[in-house]
Ligand binder design. Structure first.
Ligand code: AP5
Length: 211
């Protein structure tokens, strides 16, 4: 089984959703740079203060800050059994910085979906403030509006999921992150996954790809 995996894909492509599902089935660690930044911002840490404006406006946190943070995280002992790196690298420079750490990457899964669907998903996404569970007003609504099924926490919309910011995040993805597809194709570790389908079908193919 492939153990050290990168999830690559546009905002809304399903990286976080399928990382959570995969973690339930396989003993892998989910490392989401977006989740780490949101937690640091919520806790008002130095890192959170540095990242806040970039994250909330849909920009990219400077490469060195993210790469240092990820290198530290990947050197921790709990990463030895395998990890899913969700949201990193996001620029060619970040990919080069990751390479320099010497951490082995077994597979890069490229989540593919069209921009219209991505915008629909992003602008309808809602999250739990307490446990971070992910819902969608169109595709997977909670049983009770505004309340998390799992923990009863309050559901909210991420600031960067407004229509305007979601559009600019997508444009940034095409400019800065999509070139990584060719980068990893050359390394022969890229696997494409059509994520514009029903979750069960996507999951079935994802499991096949990592075996
Ligand atoms: P991050 O949180 O990583 O945002 P993102 O990459 O834009 O990804 P998303 O979380 O929006 O999308 P996703 O693919 O996880 O989609 P999801 O599974 O939730 O980063 C946030 C910010 O942090 C960045 O903008 C940047 O500022 C900063 N940052 C992070 N990493 C950085 C880096 N490396 N460098 C610099 N800055 C960095 O799915 C979306 C919705 O669709 C959900 O509601 C879900 O339920 C639904 N859905 C998904 N798949 C399906 C399906 N098959 N069927 C039905 N519904 C589905």
């Amino acid at each position: 089984m492939k153990k050290n995996i990168i999830f690559l894909g546009a905002p809304g492509a399903g990286k976080g959703t399928f990382a959570a599902l995969l973690v339930e089935k396989k003993a892998l660690l989910h490392i989401s740079t977006g989740d780490i930044f949101r937690r640091e911002i919520k806790n008002g840490t130095e890192l959170g203060k540095k990242a806040k404006n970039y994250v909330e406006s849909g920009g990219l946190v400077p490469d060195e800050i993210v790469a240092d943070m990820v290198a530290k995280r990947l050197s921790e002992p709990d990463c030895k059994e395998g990890f899913i790196l969700d949201g990193f690298p996001r620029t060619l420079n970040q990919a080069e910085l990751l390479k320099k750490t010497g951490v082995r990457i077994d597979a890069v899964i490229s989540f593919d979906a069209n921009d219209d669907l991505l915008i629909k998903r992003l602008t309808a996404r809602i999250m739990c403030r307490q446990c971070n569970e992910n819902y969608n007003k169109l595709f997977s609504p909670p049983a009770k509006e505004g309340i998390c099924d799992k923990c009863g926490g309050e559901l909210y919309q991420r600031k960067d999921d407004s229509l305007e910011t979601a559009n600019s995040r997508l444009a940034l993805y095409h400019k800065e992150t999509a070139p990584l597809i060719d980068f990893y194709k050359k390394g022969k570790i890229l696997f494409s996954l059509n994520s514009a389908r029903e979750k069960g079908e996507v999951m079935k193919d994802l499991l096949k790809l990592i075996e």
